[in-house]
Design a protein around this ligand. Structure first.
Ligand code: CA
Ligand code: CA
Length: 302
């Protein structure tokens, strides 16, 4: 929002300066911005091939005639120093890895492109939509809706209660079409220290290296932090690589877009990779740790 305010302030200053005769002599028309009001993003999927349409796209990366205008938290009013017919492109953005400063475009999603006639001093409203690009490839998808669960315990994990549950108003998410079952972890409150860790049953050998964006999307809800990362198998060494710690959500469901690009960048081609999630019961934590995962999607652009 800071950026928005600054830009509006600049626009108001530009408008205010019109009252000075000296400015009018130069070229008054060029000083009056046109305005875009950009609503929140909507998102749709083809469930059978792209999974559930859960999303969290709070940012718009705005371009006008391929010129970068700025990144705005939606909804936003964006002043544009242009008039007439223009091409407005709005790229959907998120806080990658749930880092508040990482305002990044989600590359597997389409840009919303629209031809708009800008009029100085007037506001045009845009409700951007997005969906997966045609060349997205899903290496893995798991939403726990069928009877085959593609997560398994790691060798060092405790093997307490992990189960797929349906139809529970308190923990299930989201009740609705194509979504009735969710993976749950339940650790006892009485344990002093315990690790529960699951990983993908599949080993992925065709994920991009060289720094291309590779996303793990998930919905989660937890009263303890969850660690997410990968196992890699390089030079006969099987190594665990943490990526991010997902914070406790205080009972709410949260969508995350994790990007594995940096961790995969320098690996040899066809390195075997597994994705993992871990939950730790610390001895000082008195509640029973509980967490849920759903709508896991591992994707990249071909
Ligand atoms: Ca589900
Ligand atoms: Ca499944």
């Amino acid at each position: 929002m800071r950026r928005v305010f600054r830009r509006i302030t600049l626009a108001l200053l530009a408008t205010a300066s019109l009252s000075f005769p000296a400015c009018e002599l130069i070229n008054p028309d060029e000083e009056v911005p046109s305005f875009l009001f950009i609503d929140s993003f909507s998102f749709s999927t083809v469930y059978a091939s792209q999974g559930l349409a859960s999303f969290d796209l709070p940012d718009a990366h705005v371009y006008v005639d391929n010129r970068f205008i700025g990144i705005y938290e939606l909804p936003a009013t964006v002043p544009i120093m242009a008039s007439g017919k223009v091409k407005v492109s709005i790229l959907p953005g998120t806080r990658e890895n749930l880092q508040s400063i990482a305002h990044r475009y989600v590359r597997v999603l389409r840009s919303f492109d629209s031809s708009i006639t800008l009029v100085p001093g007037e506001l045009q409203r845009i409700s951007p939509r997005t969906s997966y690009r045609d060349n997205v490839r899903f290496a893995w998808m798991e939403d726990f809706e069928d009877n085959s669960n593609s997560l398994v315990f790691t060798s060092r994990s405790a093997r307490d209660t992990v189960y797929i549950m349906e139809g529970n108003a308190e923990w299930n998410y989201p009740i609705g079409v194509n979504s009735t079952r969710t993976l749950h972890f339940d650790l006892g409150a009485s344990d002093s220290f315990k690790l529960m860790e699951v990983k993908s049953f599949n080993t992925f050998t065709t994920l991009p290296n060289g720094g291309r964006d590779t996303y793990l999307e998930l919905d989660y809800r937890s009263n303890v932090p969850i660690q997410a990362g990968m196992f890699k198998f390089v030079n006969s060494l099987y190594e665990q690589v943490p990526l991010v710690v997902l914070p406790s959500t205080n009972g709410r469901w949260r969508k995350a877009y994790l990007n594995y690009a940096a961790e995969l960048a320098t690996l040899p081609a066809n390195t075997p990779i597994e994705i993992y999630f871990g939950i730790i019961k610390q001895s000082g934590f008195l509640d029973a740790p509980r967490a849920s995962l759903d709508n896991l999607k591992l994707s990249y652009l071909e």
